[in-house]
Write a protein of this length. Sequence first.
Length: 353
Amino acid sequence: MNQSKRWPSRPGWGRSNPAVFLPSLLAILLLAGVALGQPRPLQAAVPDHGIALLEGVVIAPQQGFAYLMHPGGGIDAVDLASGALRWRTKSAAKPLALAADRLVAQADSRGANALNLVVLDARSGAARDTVRIPLPAGVAATVTDTPGSSFRVRADSAGASKLVVHWQATKSADGGALQGYLPAEGDSQSPAKALAPKVVSGQAEIDLGAVLKVNASPAAPAEESAAGPRAALQELRTPAGAAEGRQLLSADGRHVLVTEPVDAAGFTLERYRWTVYERESGAKLGSVASMVAAAPFLVVGTTLYYQEPAHGIVQKGRFLEASAALRAMNLQTGAEMWKSAISVTSYQGPFPP
């Protein structure tokens, strides 16, 4: 047996190296985190209703498309193999899920008391229908977070033409800041002790058959709700194969990622190496270099798709910025195939004064 094609005995998770700290003349800003949760069940096949990789990104392997929330507004449909733009629409803002040949997406509406969805043709982007889900008074279905509130929505398949749409609204209890980066101690923006936020959630079942039907359940206050967003990255509690250490699951639960820092000579952004395995067989698919230790990912064939965070670097006295992007990597060669800019829905600015 060729051991290089099987699970490693000791992934180097958590090793540190002083060489990863960059000289003072270079500054890097990484704007993404990793959340860990309970593992998904092992799936035998890629679902035909698409996979929500993260907020604003839905990947549909069987259709050969990735649906992305465009940074300038609207939705891009790109070819999974080439990254070529297939269509763009301003009719909706955030892709949620596929139902047969239709893409259900959230509209960019800041008005209160309603969640507006648009049903798009998944192949052309043409708007087919609209759906209005009532919300409680004062709840605004925003596409991106604000300093004092967030609105999360996801859609789960419930059959060939049915979706269950879950939503959760979180709002600051005192009208102050709910999120953002925490100023340094003594900063004039440093917040006082925050009150527990107000959380309200609800759901609706949508039948996209010949006659569109919406059955909305009453909203209810909740501290924690299943309607909330899933963890961005999940840890496999029971290790697959013979590997030791932490193993991270793909968005569909079919692959496992092992990550470790690398000793890189000179300056480079990519200071981690990811190695990807099939979860069921333990077969090694390949490795790629990355600037972050881990990120939500999905594997289709021998291509790895993941979110590269927004980042910046100071070079020769100039600050260069790069937006968050969906990146496609060839696991056999480790080379980048393409990447496309995506919008970040979370609020990443400072607390308001």
